[in-house]
Ligand binder design. Structure first.
Ligand code: GDP
Ligand code: MG
Length: 439
């Protein structure tokens, strides 16, 4: 579950120990980064984090849970709350035909979603009918007609040059003649929010009195989705949102922002181009997607199997004392080798802060083995004080390990890089306070 997963991430990043007020802040910094990286709007993130902080540093921390568990629990709860708690069904009450109006920018997926929705309702035993009210793109009417054929539902055929207003009026009668109980109206979109379009949509709304006005938003547009949602909501009072293209790279942060900014529920998500790729939106699933928790669990479990805890603690101590040597580095390389393909594991981790740096470091198995051989060929003194390794020593090490001077240099550089990164890691952990105080 999400709480347990998140807890692991926190432990992974911070080592163990009690969270203080300062550390809660630090932990929330990671949360903030994760959310921003998932394309959540910065205003939403700011509110969200401050709400958690308020709860976390308050008296709730004193309960039976450890402070760490408590923070995670709060993050989890608040995130679900922000996403709308539970799935929201379509409202299709009222006299037949009930109307669903789909609106949104061009390319957001309205036409495709209209057909997907028709298929879903048909499967639910309803009798939907599709209405093409996008008269500006010549191919749009044809596109919907073809999709309607695939779904097996009727589609209104506009006359030559018929206006959107006239189309929807006629479609109301058409629905009766076809014994349809639900009208799904596809509308025109523009590349940007546009006065004329809004006016037109407002007129369609007036004619149809739709039970649902669903804004179709492309999840890949990230931050932009917020402005779009705000504008459409202000003009049309939308009743819900459909987030499309979630099968792509989008982490779903747009969902969080759109929901938070408009207060309108997300009702469905589009997860592919096929007509059955429309799913009911589940806040809990989305929250794990946003936090990237789905994959991190398996990655961390894998890592924990290979890196034994004692070893990690010993290393942590060394780092604190700033006595990390090439021997430790070699131990680390051995551990990495035990991890199997590191690249694969790192790819699973969400790209926040330090993890991102790690992920950008490409490590390959052969290199790891060479690096070990190189360090083995060094003298004890060289391993403890790499700065004494001059050109002639490098040549000797390369010969001894059957590698090249370039490879020796590379290992030394990686060591330095690792040491630097480790120092940063320790610096962001709980030792930072004491360390700074010592200096
Ligand atoms: P409209 O301009 O808003 O009507 O957008 P369309 O319905 O014509 O869709 C634009 C493009 O997005 C098309 O190529 C669709 O196949 C694609 N599309 C729509 N929804 C999804 C989705 O959920 N996932 C993916 N991968 N593509 C989608
Ligand atoms: Mg369209």
């Amino acid at each position: 579950n999400l709480t347990a997963r998140f807890e692991k991430v926190f432990r992974f990043l911070k080592g163990q120990g009690k969270l203080t007020e300062a550390n809660i802040k630090e932990a929330l910094r990671e949360v903030r980064l994760a959310l921003l990286e998932a394309d959540v709007n910065y205003r939403v993130v700011k509110d969200f984090v401050s709400r958690i902080q308020e709860r976390a540093v308050g008296q709730e921390v004193m309960s039976s849970l450890t402070p760490g568990q408590q923070v995670i629990k709060i993050v989890h709860e608040e995130l679900i709350k922000l996403l709308g708690e539970k799935a929201e069904p379509l409202s299709l009450k009222g006299p037949s035909p009930v109307t669903v109006l789909l609106v949104g920018l061009q390319g957001s997926g309205k036409t495709t979603t209209a057909a997907k929705l028709a298929l879903k309702l048909k499967k639910d035993g309803r009798h939907p009918c599709l209405v093409p009210a996008d008269v500006y793109r010549p191919a749009a009417i044809e596109q919907l007609r073809v999709l309607a054929g695939q779904v097996g539902v009727p589609c209104y055929e506009p006359g030559q040059g018929e206006s959107p207003e006239s189309i929807v009026k006629a479609a109301l009668n058409y629905a009766g003649s076809q014994r349809c109980d639900t009208l799904i109206v596809d509308t025109a979109g523009r590349l940007h929010i546009d006065r004329d379009l809004m006016e037109e949509l407002r007129r369609l709304k007036q004619i149809l009195s739709p039970e649902e006005i669903l804004l179709v938003v492309d999840a890949m547009t990230g931050q932009d989705a917020v402005n779009v949602a705000e504008a459409f909501h202000k003009e049309l009072s939308i009743t819900g949102v459909i987030l499309t293209k979630l099968d792509g790279d989008a982490r779903g942060g747009a969902a969080l922002s759109v929901r938070a900014v408009t207060g309108c529920p997300i009702k469905f998500v589009g997860v592919g181009e096929k007509l059955d790729a429309l799913e009911i939106f589940h806040p809990d699933r989305m929250s794990s997607r946003i936090l990237g928790m789905g994959d991190i669990l398996s990655a961390i479990e894998k890592a924990q199997e290979a890196i034994d805890q004692e070893e990690a603690e010993r290393l942590f101590k060394k780092l604190q004392e700033d006595s990390f040597t090439l021997e430790d580095f070699r131990d680390q390389l051995r551990q990495l080798r035990r991890l199997g393909s590191l690249d694969q594991i790192l790819k699973l981790l969400p790209g926040t802060g330090m993890l991102k740096e790690l992920r950008n470091m490409h490590v390959d198995m052969k290199e790891l083995i060479h690096a070990e051989a190189i360090i083995n060929s060094m003298t004890k003194e060289e391993r403890r004080k790499p700065e004494i390794i001059n050109a002639s020593r490098k040549r000797r090490i390369a010969r001894g390990s059957g590698t090249s001077v370039q490879e020796v240099n590379r290992v030394l550089r990686s060591f330095e890089q690792m040491r630097k990164m480790m120092r940063q890691m320790v610096g962001t952990g709980r030792s930072s306070g004491t360390k700074a105080a010592k200096k």
